[in-house]
Design a protein. Sequence first.
Length: 110
Amino acid sequence: MRLLAICVGLCLVFLFVWERVDMVRVGYQVERLKQEKTVLERERDQLRIKVSALSAPDRVAKVAAERLGMTPPQRGQVIVVQAGPLMAPPMQSAPVELRVAKHEPVDVRR
């Protein structure tokens, strides 16, 4: 009977120690994940800044002109189409304006 009490006591001590060690391990893991979150948030913010810089309209126009040889459309190349919904609700009466650019090859020999 006394041996059984000692075994139960030792098991309880081991269980208590294991629980405390596990709590410390989980605490370290939480701290590591917090640091990783901070690093990822910084990286996300930097990437957002980079996307905003790369997608700026002035930069896009400059790249389109320099790298792709694109130019603004000439007179007559843009057709404005007035389109409205098939079944317009009574509150919406303003037509929707749609701009379409047509591409016609330019004859350079003229």
